[in-house]
Design a protein around this ligand. Structure first.
Ligand code: ADP
Ligand code: MG
Length: 372
């Protein structure tokens, strides 16, 4: 898959920029705070109608204006299509080949990307929320229905939590919980079983990649740490029943705290190398390799599912990686895929030709021939 052209208008500091991209390697050079990440963010928005950095659309709108608009021309193995995402007056508008799409889910799964930035390197060490965000984002790109489910789960969860608070304040009674429990448990069960299935698909590919990058023989295991203790092979029905029972058991606590204490919004992922938990016992190098393996393993999975490579977006990650890990990434870039790589210094001489260089300064892009 390939992004041929990107037009962005009032997208943060990218003011009416039209950029034609190389089917192979694209290197975007720029000092800090010039617009490199904004550029990749705009591409991410084309793929998902959501930003990897914020949930507040208004943050993306250029400070001096009232709207943003991004449009991309994309080439897949099968055809060429355009996607545009715009936002103004509190409304997001998504178009596919100029035809409006009603919902975000109608867009997902078409333009496939892998985004890899410095924050991802915190994945293993960071909070459970970081890992949930990871799995939710990645799965949303692949499975539109998962995204849809997740949105509905979040909305029902917020309503159930409100109700718990009201019960605590004696404004409602416990009987009112039942229909909400039923709905939330169904949605939650679907999310958990999809996540477990996704991890099962991902595991072997990630472990393979880990072995290749590190040369270590230990298998890298990814585990799903559910807040509800249940056999991971359980059916969706079992998860649903399990949630309803668990909420009943912990009702008092839930009412006092005004939150739903068990569910996919409380789950986590674990990474183990052999017997050792990477979060606590892994070296920084091993943790980084694991993230790299995770991202590249995901690329393998996407490729298999879609029959072609996604576009690889690398946001300033080379400077964070050392020898073997840089090499592993370079090798990947050498494969038959389009990559868009941002960096503050031109230390990427080893990357194969053909490549395009861009410099970005204050949101202005300039195609640049040759090397430093
Ligand atoms: N909504 C916005 N409108 C205009 N400029 C913005 C907006 N949001 C961020 N910026 C500007 O974008 C720049 C940061 O861009 P970014 O792509 O993150 O930099 P980098 O090149 O370091 O990756 C900063 O100068 C910031 O002031
Ligand atoms: Mg940046």
């Amino acid at each position: 898959m390939q992004l041929k052209r990107l037009y962005s208008d009032n997208f943060r500091n990218l003011f009416r920029e039209e950029i034609k991209l190389n089917p192979g390697v694209n290197i975007v050079l720029g000092k800090n705070a010039q617009g490199k990440t904004n550029f990749l963010e705009a591409i991410y928005v084309l793929a998902s109608a959501n930003s990897p950095r914020t949930n507040i659309e208004q943050e993306i709108v250029n400070w001096d204006n009232q709207y943003y608009f991004v449009k991309g021309e994309i080439q897949s193995l099968e055809d060429t299509f355009s996607i545009s995402v715009g936002y103004s007056q509190g409304r997001k508008r998504i178009r596919l080949n100029e035809n409006p799409l009603e919902r975000v889910k109608d867009l997902l799964g078409r333009f496939m990307i892998i985004f890899f930035g410095p924050e991802d390197l915190q994945l293993i060490k960071g909070s459970p929320q970081v890992r949930r965000q990871f799995i939710d984002r990645e799965m949303s790109l692949l499975y539109p229905l998962y995204y849809d489910n997740l949105q509905r789960f979040r909305s029902v969860l917020a309503q159930r939590n409100n109700l718990l608070k009201e019960i605590g304040e004696k404004k409602s009674d416990e009987g009112a919980l039942e229909p909400w429990d039923e709905q939330l448990a169904s949605l939650g069960a679907e999310i958990v079983s999809r996540r477990i299935r996704f991890l099962n698909e991902l595991k072997e590919r990630v472990s393979n990649r880990y072995g290749k990058i590190s040369g270590e023989n230990l298998p890298l295991e990814i585990g799903y740490e559910a807040s509800l203790t249940l056999d991971q092979n359980s059916s969706s029905q079992d998860w649903k029943r399990g949630f309803i029972d668990a909420w009943k058991r912990r009702r008092k606590e839930e009412i006092i705290r005004g939150v739903t204490v068990i569910g996919p919004h409380r789950d986590d992922l674990s990474f183990r190398l052999g017997e050792k938990e990477l979060r606590n016992y892994g070296s920084q190098g091993q943790q980084r390799t694991a993230v790299l393996a995770l991202k590249t393993g995901e690329l393998d999975l996407m490729k298999e599912k879609k029959g072609e490579n996604p576009v690889l977006l690398l946001d300033d990650v080379f400077s964070e990686l050392d020898g073997a890990r840089q090499e592993a990434l370079l090798k990947l870039i050498g494969e038959d895929l389009q990559s868009i790589i941002t960096t503050t210094d031109n230390n990427l001489q080893e990357i194969k030709e053909p490549r395009y260089y861009f410099t970005v300064e204050n949101g202005k892009f300039c195609r640049w021939e040759g090397r430093k």
